[in-house]
Design a protein around this ligand. Structure first.
Ligand code: HEM
Ligand SMILES: *[C@@H]1O[C@H](CO)[C@@H](O)[C@H](O)[C@H]1NC(C)=O
Ligand SMILES: *[C@@H]1O[C@H](CO)[C@@H](O)[C@H](O)[C@H]1NC(C)=O
Ligand SMILES: *[C@@H]1O[C@H](CO)[C@@H](O)[C@H](O)[C@H]1NC(C)=O
Length: 244
């Protein structure tokens, strides 16, 4: 009896994990676009509405290399814009590459002292994810923070294939025509916010979802120029000299 109940319980877990999109209960993401005036990048975006109390809200956008539909992309340029609940309750938001929290590359972003900080994370269960040990890198192209939200445009290299340091390998292939993404958002910012490798996050109280994007509309003919253009954009945005 007990073992039967256990069996039924794990069958439910399995069918949830592998359920088809038809039955998932995730909120819909609203499709749109965002033209970044500084770089000229035109992102296809997905927007999550604020939560039931009117707080939060996330827009995530992607631009892919020109040949991503034929050759598996290893990188993308991302746009992340997240609403804060208030000037004091600034929160965190994150993107799940692959569309699931567990065993996919997680990128977490949050504002701290006028800058947007980030951390790559890896989850093996639905708990606070540990630091990701793989080779993904992020380069900030521009960022902004104010009392109502924070925004980041970034280049994410080696972000479509993942390893957990213990032999697990995962990836998503742009040549398949579709890419899976997920988002999550919390009202409260991380503990130890000034130290990306040492943060502690609370659960994503303001929402989460997962969706699939068609690669077709995401490629940019001028991707290489956009990816290299961040030095120029840094000069414009922050008035600093480019690093060579
Ligand atoms: C303290 C940290 C975290 C906890 C305790 C946590 C917990 C959970 C739980 C329990 C679920 C399943 C909810 C359900 O199906 O009803 C979930 C789903 C999800 N989480 Fe997290 N999470 C955390 C951090 C993160 C982070 C940092 C990200 C992204 C950067 C993330 C992305 C997602 C996504 C996309 C889903 C929905 C898809 C899926 O179930 O895999 N989570 N999380
Ligand atoms: C940006 O993309 C959107 C959606 O595809 C399109 O409607 C818009 O005309 C594009 N803008 C520019 C400047 O290319
Ligand atoms: C705050 O930043 C967001 C973008 O992150 C922008 O849309 C909004 O206009 C800004 N608000 C103010 C008061 O500057
Ligand atoms: C980065 O790691 C992934 C996953 O192990 C691997 O497929 C990829 O070849 C690596 N890329 C580089 C440039 O080392």
């Amino acid at each position: 009896m007990n073992s039967l109940r256990r069996l039924t319980a794990s069958a439910v877990v399995l069918s949830t994990l592998f359920s088809t999109p038809c039955c998932a209960q995730y909120p819909d993401m609203v499709l749109g676009s965002y033209l970044d005036p500084a770089t000229g990048a035109n992102f296809t975006t997905w927007t999550a509405k604020p939560d039931s109390s009117g707080s939060g809200g996330v827009t995530f956008g992607v631009v892919l290399p020109a040949d991503a539909a034929e050759t598996d992309a290893t990188e993308y340029i991302g746009y992340l814009s997240c609403a804060s609940t208030s000037a004091d309750r600034t929160g965190w938001c994150g993107i799940a590459h692959g569309g699931h929290m567990i065993q996919g590359l997680l990128l977490v972003a949050w504002p701290h002292k006028g800058q947007v900080l980030t951390s790559f994370r890896w989850a093996t269960d639905y708990f606070m994810p540990g630091v990701y040990q793989g080779n993904s890198t992020i380069t900030q192209i521009s960022s902004s923070v104010n009392d109502t939200g924070y925004e980041l445009i970034y280049r994410c290299e080696n972000c479509f294939a993942w390893e957990d340091g213990e032999g697990y390998l995962g990836s998503m292939k742009s040549s398949s025509g579709e890419l899976g993404f997920g988002y999550a958002q919390a009202a409260d910012g991380p503990e130890d916010a000034g130290c990306p490798a040492g943060i502690t996050l609370q659960y994503h109280t303001q929402g989460y979802s997962t969706w699939v994007g068609a690669v077709d509309g995401l490629t940019a003919p001028d991707y290489s120029a956009l990816a290299d253009g961040y030095r120029r954009s840094l000069c414009r945005v922050r008035g600093v000299k480019p690093q060579v």
